[in-house]
Design a protein around this ligand. Structure first.
Ligand code: ATP
Ligand code: MG
Length: 429
């Protein structure tokens, strides 16, 4: 090829050798969410640009510089979704399923798109599992979200490598009062702030709190503290959350500088962070957004949710070598047949076995081949056992059953008894 075709920078193929780990991760999360009573929702990947401007906020990094926005053939401005909450809120409003205080506990999975600088753990197409709960306003549900993720880290074997950071942003009123005090303080120190923070001071002052700039950080040491501005309602809510985490024994660190990138949060915000992935350390983040639904044109409806980055969590499983053994083996049994007659019998036999053992991972050799080449393929497939159908086996209506991983001698099994025999020696997932 003169100029080779390539994927877009920051948009990755997930190759067959990687998908077993992805599927293990995704199915573990899906089972957990099922068990806690959450229901899956699926939204389109493309929405009107206006949706994200209105929900995420015009002066956030995402809307200012990270969206993939284009005009479609009708001249409508569309955007590849950069996150899931906006579309989820749009969907519940459009279908009226949160009306009259109906509780919805929803989750979704899929690709998100942001034009960021690609690097380890940061991509332009990445994948999230996200979750949103509507019409439950107490700290108990905030706690449940965190408890579920804590259980997930336990099941995945990465609990020791993540840390929970927690903060409360207060109600929009108390946050407004805090914002005023912060702006007043920072304005008095305007010259000592970095350029980015000077700009944010005008547009989105709370974001100054999570600056990486050392000079600005020094200014922030004596800045007003958000905790001092929390109203009673927010304070009680936050105490309720902490009490529940304590009751379950989930450790957390209070981080008063945790403000999150999006405009719509109120009260609880949290992040699960790790030091195992370098700079891209947040694996799951979320919070409460009691004002968002109304801001988007709905009746007042409380909400709380989070999203986790699948790439980062898969990377963590790899880094910490928490890859369960059973996912690396994708074939239980490999059937080799020699000659056309044996091939036909083998196909029919394989289908009968599948009727009886629907979870058996049985691969039938394709492409014929010599004894040696079929055995090589059987071995390479990772199968535990090879089944052999040659002239002798055909004559006796049996199949050769050969352990490939060094457990015992080859035996002959009658065709009718094959499924029962396999059931005793292959553990089925
Ligand atoms: P970050 O601070 O890392 O930019 P964020 O605050 O922008 O994250 P959210 O919008 O809250 O992230 O998304 C939730 C999660 O999705 C993040 O914690 C992270 O695990 C994952 N994520 C976000 N952006 C990316 C990206 N560009 N590539 C891979 N994963 C991402
Ligand atoms: Mg970001």
């Amino acid at each position: 090829m003169s100029k080779s075709l390539q994927a877009i920078r920051g948009m990755n193929d997930i190759l067959p050798e990687q998908t077993p780990l992805w599927r293990y991760f995704e199915s573990t999360v899906a089972r957990l969410l099922d068990n806690y009573g959450y229901k899956q929702i699926r939204m389109p990947i493309v929405e009107f640009t206006e949706l994200f401007k209105r929900s995420i906020g015009e002066v956030t990094d995402i809307v200012e510089k990270e969206m993939y926005t284009f005009e479609d053939r009708n001249g409508d401005s569309l955007t590849l979704r950069p996150e899931g909450t906006a579309a989820c809120v749009r969907a519940v409003l459009e279908h009226g399923i949160t009306g009259g205080g109906q509780v919805q506990k929803l989750w979704y999975i899929g690709p998100m798109f942001r034009h960021e600088r690609p690097q380890k753990g940061r991509y332009r197409q990445f994948h999230q599992i996200g979750l949103e709960v509507f019409n439950l306003d107490g700290p108990d549900i905030d706690a449940e979200l965190i408890i579920m993720t804590w259980r997930l880290w336990g099941e995945l074997g990465i609990r020791d490598a993540v840390k929970l950071e927690l903060n409360s942003l207060g109600t929009s009123e108390s946050r407004g009062r805090y914002r005023e005090a912060l702006v007043e303080y920072l304005s008095a120190h305007h010259d000592k702030l970095d350029e980015d923070s000077q700009r944010r001071l005008k547009t989105n002052p709370l974001r100054v709190l999570d600056t990486k700039n050392a000079d600005t950080q020094a200014v922030l040491v004596d800045a007003p503290k958000m905790a001092d501005y929390l109203d009673d309602e927010s304070r009680t809510h936050f105490e309720g959350l902490k009490a529940r985490l304590d009751a379950v024994g989930i450790p957390y660190v209070l981080n008063p500088k945790l403000v999150r990138g999006l405009d719509y949060y109120s009260k609880t915000v949290f992040e699960w962070v790790t030091d195992k992935l370098g700079a891209q350390g947040t694996v799951c983040a979320g919070g409460r957004y009691d004002g968002l639904v109304e801001q988007m044109g709905g009746k007042p409806t409380t909400g709380v949710g989070f999203a986790m980055g699948i790439e980062r969590l898969v990377l963590m499983l790899e880094t910490l070598e928490q890859i369960p053994e059973e996912i690396s083996r994708q074939v239980d049994v490999y059937l080799c047949a020699f000659g056309e007659e044996a091939e036909l019998a083998g196909l029919a036999l394989a289908e009968r076995v599948r009727d009886q053992l629907p979870n058996l991972r049985l691969q039938v050799n394709a492409g014929a081949g010599s004894f040696k080449s079929q055995f090589k393929k059987a071995d390479k497939s990772g199968a535990l056992y090879a089944l052999i159908l040659g002239d002798d086996e055909m004559a006796q209506q049996v199949v050769g059953f050969k352990p490939l991983r060094g457990q015992g001698e080859q035996q002959s099994i009658a065709w009718d008894a094959l499924a029962a025999h396999l059931a005793t020696c292959v553990v089925q997932g």
